[in-house]
Design a protein around this ligand. Structure first.
Ligand code: NAP
Length: 337
């Protein structure tokens, strides 16, 4: 069986997922796509040699009888509307992060999905499909290191574009950390604080970079995330977990280490596409394979909601500099794993 996919939004990640679906993954076919500009959609379909239909309205993709499943890869503010429409149509939908731009928007989606009575939404948090994070979780779960006490994370980007703002550190960059650390520790957050060191000379005017995010979980684990988006040397994601009986360091993706000319070296990734390329493949293949069996799994609308609630608390913390509570309602039984 081949899952017929409709894509809404053919910008950077939309095209990357189209490339994946047409050149890497199996069991799927792109049959429709939409974006604001019709010529842009047509040119993307042509580029990937796709015979599907081009639309300017995402709702036409969702209602098309040719389409079995939807990929929402348009700009963040459009996600809520399209995901709600896909749920209404009873079609599985893979939505890139953020699920919605506000926690209230995510809550609308959670309610609609529960009303539909079955999971239809997978959120594009790809890190839990990454082999390095999986190995780290397996090590922690095996229990030889005792209980986790402190987690030290690094989130460094080589550099960021002119449109990057201080707020985006919390709302865009940190959401991946907010999602993966709950998954890794099987825990939820109690509070968040954002503190600012001295600014790098490489930050654009008015942008605070680096920032340090401190989270306390409900089990009492303390997490520090060193966010530095103009670090100048590469894209570097690290996660060390200090436990009662030892420390677990997340392994690097497959890298050859070199010794030459008196130096010891290892390649540093240039961006998130290079670091997580296999994880993106696995997350989307899993969405397709599950759709064939009428199942939706992976990061859920509830996970999207919690990431959004944590980001909202993070924004308050950023403005106040204070330790700020993350008020999360109890996870409904519908979403409990
Ligand atoms: P992008 O390059 O700007 O692409 C978004 C596309 O959606 C643009 O072509 C935009 O058209 C189009 N669009 C806007 N409104 C639309 C609508 N109502 N219907 C259909 N298309 C519409 O952005 P991107 O970098 O691909 O990001 C897209 C989403 O993916 C964002 O939410 C982003 O946070 C997420 N993302 C996730 C990851 C990850 O690691 N999981 C990585 C990158 C991006 P115009 O340009 O004409 O507005």
């Amino acid at each position: 069986m081949v899952i017929k996919i409709g894509v809404i939004g053919v910008g950077m990640i939309g095209q990357d997922h189209i490339r994946r679906c047409t050149q890497v993954l199996n069991g799927c076919e792109i049959v429709a796509a939409s974006d604001i500009n019709l010529e842009h959609v047509q040119s993307v379909l042509k580029k990937y040699n796709i015979k599907g239909k081009a639309y300017t309205n995402g709702h036409d993709v969702i209602s098309s009888p040719d389409v079995d499943a939807i990929l929402v890869t348009s700009s963040g503010p459009t996600h809520e509307e399209y995901v709600l429409a896909a749920i209404n149509a009873g079609k599985p939908v893979f939505c890139e992060k953020p699920l919605a731009v506000t926690a209230e928007g995510c809550e609308h989606i959670v309610k609609a999905e529960m009303k539909a009575g079955k999971r239809l939404v997978q959120v594009g948090f790809m890190r839990s499909f990454d082999a390095c994070y999986r190995k780290l979780k397996q090590t922690l779960t095996e229990g030889n290191l005792g209980e986790p006490l402190i987690v030290k994370c690094v989130h460094h980007n080589l550099t960021v574009g002119d449109s990057y703002t201080t707020d985006m550190g919390v709302t865009d960059s940190m959401v991946h950390e907010f999602d993966i650390l709950r998954w890794l520790l099987d825990d939820d957050y109690q509070s968040i604080q954002v503190v600012s060191p001295r600014r790098t000379k490489h930050a654009l005017k008015g942008v605070q970079d680096p920032q340090m995010v401190l989270l306390k979980t409900q089990k009492g684990i303390l997490i520090s995330i060193d966010l530095f988006v103009n670090c100048q040397y590469g894209y570097d994601i690290r996660c060390d977990v200090v436990c009662e009986e030892g420390i677990a360091y997340m392994p690097s993706p497959l890298q050859v280490k070199t010794r030459t000319k008196g130096q010891f070296g290892e390649h540093v990734n240039s961006d998130w596409r290079e670091r997580f390329i296999v994880a993106y493949d696995i997350e989307l293949q899993s969405f397709i394979d599950n759709a064939k069996n009428n199942i939706v799994a992976g990061p859920s609308a509830w996970d999207g909601f919690v990431a959004s609630k944590t980001a909202a608390a993070g924004m308050l913390a950023l403005k106040s500099g204070q330790i700020t509570p993350v008020d999360l309602p109890k996870c409904p039984a519908f979403y409990r794993k």
